[in-house]
Design a protein around this ligand. Structure first.
Ligand code: T1G
Length: 658
């Protein structure tokens, strides 16, 4: 049957008496203006042609519809707007069935919700991820989803932005059925509905829900909101669906959507979205093919090494983990197995996948076993002698095409690379702990790293489902350099008059899950103490140096592990400790500093400035390629709130807040 073209991205063919409308707008079939106008033209055509009994809407490629076109945000709206298209679909006199071939997200899910039937293909997923962009669904999602699945499950999906796969969508009542060939099943569905009263989602009464369950769902959302607006707005709108007429609910939703779309929170989260897509892209590197990697060697099975091993195993790699003795190798295996079990208990891994992971794991005390590895990642004690000797040894074991990666946090990877005969195969892979959970990996492009090696490292990190940020060689890389500047400033403020709990409270009110002093207590104070002692001899005597942390360590206050640090932990909960206050006051007195008080805004303002100054230096030095990369490092590695966009974005936009 001949193809009918409705716009540059929407075309259709008639199959029997059903018009199969396909959206083809790569890469994700976003609802750009020409998709919306194409859909309207398809509806005009179907309304005009008596031979057409119904319609099927589907997407070309792997996606059904990836949502509104985020690139159109901030531009003047172009008719027809999405709510108009969606209302017309729902009100259409002939049955319209969505054949959901892939992701139906945001506006894409809303199109599906407005159809008279939804058939999920095996790769289908449904989600309203708008809160992740700082907005709420803007084309009926908050009003139609609760009519189909109930208020409590709708709150769960909309306020978290979580997507559900085909089987869960069917179980929830979001999709009518699952089919291997969704287009043909949708065609049959449309034919069966033709001429009958149609099930219009907006006309369905919202199923009654238990008030206590709604309150519990709402409380769960606000506990996680950390100052973000969109999730609580989403809850309010879903609840409104149960209390108001559709039309009024839709009007409220649209108002909230437009208000949030123009907010700084949404601009920040859109910045994060695009920064993530840009991350790991290096000019010229797209033409370089990564080397195939199937076997990953991991040296050291401590907390970091075992986390890396788990991450590689759950992503389908074979792993050879090397330890110094057979006993240590056995403990390493046990540690990795325990982490896999924990992942399984949390529901993120099935028993079969766990067994499959263990079958792909070899632990050994024979370095020669690494000869088969395509990539070896070392995660041994952070000592230059240990690491250079290891790299020399590995260099003689692995195949000539194999890649060697160091997970050092503070050492110079160029010095480690120099220990090998071929430094072009050395790259830094700085994972964050726990490595099986944390998304961030700094990929260190060393002086001699070959482009092909860098491309392979980036592809590997992406294959782990992680976020790679390319970074040049500098002490502490991007994250620890910015973090050090931030911690230094926080300690300056202690001397100037703020107390740890005041600084932490300001940071937590800003959106950090935990203030910096509470974080230090959790991580332990001794590593930074050891570093400060190492650096003491070379420190600029004229530079301001705060000794408070040293005094704490000398008093045995090494953080939570030792029971006390910046805080006391009488019942496991942090509490202000007069002993710490006394140490701080003594430090101020020793320098003749007259303490002053700080507002929360002054505290966050000064900390932000310290991060941004360091960030700017990283850009000037060419260590970081983009300000967005620095934002992503701080968001994904150090708890900076995503809805503030990261330090570089926040500083740039601190004036235009809405
Ligand atoms: N608009 C514009 N561009 C988009 C886009 C979108 N919605 N989604 C992705 N892209 C671009 C992305 O920038 C990248 O570009 C390329 O597509 C591939 O993306 C009214 C308000 C669909 C699961 O939040 O979750 O609907 O870098 O690398 O891993 O209520 O993209 O190649 O130039 O991520 O295969 C709601 C966001 C919008 C979905 C595909 N929708 N997208 O993942 O590819 S708000 C979303 C995704 C809304 C209504 C409202 C994922 C994906 P480039 P990718 P992927």
């Amino acid at each position: 049957m001949a193809e009918i073209r409705f716009s540059e991205s929407v075309s259709a063919r008639l199959e029997d008496d059903v018009l199969i409308v396909t959206i083809n707008n790569p890469p994700v079939n976003a609802l750009s203006a020409h998709v919306r106008s194409g859909l309207m033209a398809a509806l005009d055509h179907a309304a005009d042609q008596p031979v057409i009994a119904g319609l099927v809407i589907t997407g070309a490629g792997n996606t059904f519809i990836g949502g509104a076109d985020i690139k159109e945000f901030g531009k003047p709206p172009m008719a027809p707007v999405l709510p108009e298209v969606i209302e017309r679909i729902e009100a259409f006199e002939k049955p319209i069935v969505s054949a959901v071939n892939g992701a139906a997200l945001g506006g894409g899910c809303e199109v599906a919700l407005a159809c008279h039937g939804r058939i999920a293909g095996e790769k289908a997923s449904f989600g309203l991820p708008e809160v992740k962009l700082g907005i709420v669904p803007g084309a009926g999602g908050t009003q139609r989803l609760p009519r189909l699945i109930g208020i409590v499950p709708a709150i769960d999906l909309i306020a978290t932005g979580r997507a559900v796969k085909a089987d869960e969508a069917v179980a929830l009542g979001l999709a009518d059925s699952l089919a291997a060939d969704p287009v043909s099943a949708a065609l049959t569905f449309a034919q069966a509905q033709a001429g009958k009263p149609l099930r219009r989602t907006g006309m369905i009464a919202v199923p009654p829900a238990d008030a206590a369950a709604i309150n519990a769902a709402e409380a769960k959302v606000s506990a996680k909101a950390r100052g973000q607006t969109a999730p609580s707005e989403a809850v309010r709108l879903v609840k409104a669906a149960g209390e108001r007429e559709l039309k009024q609910g839709l009007a409220e939703e649209r108002m909230a959507f437009l208000r949030l779309r123009d907010s700084i929170e949404s601009a920040a989260l859109r910045h994060v979205f695009f920064a993530e897509r840009a991350a790991g892209k290096v000019e010229g590197l797209d033409k370089v093919s990564p080397r195939p990697i199937a076997i990953v060697g991991v040296v050291g099975t401590g907390l970091m090494g075992s986390g890396i091993a788990v991450s590689a195993l759950t992503s389908g790699y074979r792993v050879i983990a090397l330890e110094q003795t057979e006993d240590a190798a056995a403990s390493g295996r046990a540690r990795i197995a325990e982490t896999l079990d924990k992942t399984m208990r949390s529901g993120r891994l099935t028993t079969t996948s766990r067994d499959d992971c263990l079958a792909r794991l070899q632990t050994t005390a024979q370095a020669g076993d690494l000869a088969r590895a395509d990539l070896v990642i070392e995660a041994v004690f952070d000592d230059i002698k240990v690491k250079t000797e290891l790299f020399q040894k590995l260099d003689g074991i692995v195949a000539p095409g194999a890649i060697l990666a160091t997970n050092t946090s503070y050492l110079d990877p160029d010095a480690i690379a120099a220990a090998t005969a071929d430094p072009s195969r050395v790259v830094g892979l700085h994972f964050f702990s726990p490595a099986n959970v944390m998304r961030l990996v700094e990929v260190v492009d060393c002086a001699e790293t070959a482009p092909e090696v860098l491309a392979s490292a980036l592809a590997f990190v992406k294959s782990l489902g992680k976020l790679p940020i390319v970074c040049g060689v500098t002490e502490g890389f991007i994250g620890n350099r910015v973090f050090s500047a931030y911690r230094r400033e926080a300690e300056f403020m202690l001397e100037d008059g703020a107390l740890p709990h005041e600084i932490d409270a300001a940071l937590e009110a800003y959106g950090f899950p935990m203030g910096i002093f509470a974080v230090n207590d959790m991580a332990g104070l001794e590593i930074a103490w050891a570093r400060r002692k190492r650096q003491a001899a070379t420190r600029d005597p004229a530079a301001r140096y705060v000794e408070i942390a040293d005094r704490l360590c000398e008093a045995g206050r090494l953080g939570r592990k030792s029971g006390r640090g910046w805080y006391a932990y009488p019942k496991g909960e942090r509490a202000v400790d007069p002993e710490v206050t006394a140490i701080i006051e003594a430090a101020r007195a020793a320098k003749n500093i007259k303490p002053r008080s700080f507002t929360a805004e002054e505290i966050t303002g000064r900390l932000l400035l310290a991060m941004v100054d360091e960030g700017k230096s990283l850009l000037t030095e060419g260590i970081a390629a983009r300000a967005g990369d620095i934002d992503l490092v701080m968001i994904n590695g150090y708890g900076f709130p995503a809805h503030k966009g990261g330090p570089m974005f926040a500083a740039e936009h601190s004036k235009d807040r809405t």
